[in-house]
Design a binder for this molecule. Structure first.
Ligand code: ZN
Length: 261
């Protein structure tokens, strides 16, 4: 199964690190864009503007301080200007996508499937982080993920396009059913609409037959995370726990499983 040469492997890891840097920007800016007040809406702010800056002192981050992994390590995780910590989340996302790049280099040869897997991993990890931090799964990411999945099946026939279409519908309808049953039985929303769109996107990538296993693994992971937070007293039994990180982890595991089959 190992198809990588050293050059290809390094290229894939470096691409993963760069994607991690881009996704850090998305994780920080996209929720800020969606959640900002109406009075702030006039200020020029989008995914690419203003340029990268320290969120504490506003210092503009130069290109040499914006090199994935390298800059974080040379600055020891602190801003060059105010010396406040940058936050381990930035390093974690870059490292995770660097490792995903290493895995993709081992699983597949250079080509469109490799590019698709890299984008899939980037989208899933960004969604996991945004949901963990803000309990939000932006449509921009879930819906583009769904379309990417359907397009991928046009160039790669591991999953039939019909199975992917049924997967997208079944993913959405399964969680929509749970949502409406929960509202009817308990009178409140047991999950967000973003979870339905996210599972629809995973169904579009992995096909309908993967959905029961994806849901099971995602639930187990979410339960583990919830118990961990309750034990550490960061949450209590009635807290809301995001389902997105669990869905992301299950999605990553099942993509590898498909490729290895
Ligand atoms: Zn600073």
């Amino acid at each position: 199964m190992l198809k990588s040469t050293i050059g290809w492997f390094i290229f894939s890891v470096l691409t993963g690190l760069c994607l991690g840097s881009v996704m850090n920007m998305v994780v920080y800016r996209l929720p800020a864009l969606l959640l900002r007040d109406e009075q702030d809406a006039d200020q020029a702010f989008n995914l690419f503007w203003p340029p990268s800056h320290c969120t504490r002192c506003g210092h503009r981050i130069r290109w040499y301080d914006n090199i994935p992994l390298f800059s974080w390590l040379t600055l020891l995780g602190r801003c060059r200007s105010c010396h406040e910590p940058i936050g381990w989340r930035y390093l974690f996302l870059e490292l995770s996508l660097g490792m995903w790049g290493a895995l993709c280099a081992c699983l597949t040869s250079p080509g469109l499937s490799w590019a698709a897997f890299m984008l899939y991993g980037s989208w899933l990890l960004a969604l996991a982080w945004i949901d963990y931090l803000h309990q939000l799964l932006p449509d921009l990411l879930t819906q583009s993920l769904l379309w990417m999945g359907l397009l991928w099946h046009l160039v790669d026939e591991r999953v039939l396009l019909e199975d992917a279409l049924v997967g997208a519908m079944a993913g959405y309808l399964t969680l929509a059913l749970i949502y409406w049953l929960g509202r009817w039985r308990y009178g409140f929303e047991v999950m967000g609409c973003g979870d339905m769109k996210f599972l629809a996107a995973l169904g579009a990538w992995l096909g309908w037959s993967a959905l029961p296993s994806v849901l099971l693994l995602a639930s187990l992971f979410t339960l583990t995370l919830a118990l961990w937070q309750i034990v550490r007293k960061h949450a209590h039994r009635r807290s809301e726990f995001p389902f997105g990180p669990g869905l992301s982890l299950a999605g990553l595991v099942f993509l590898c499983y498909f490729v290895l089959l």
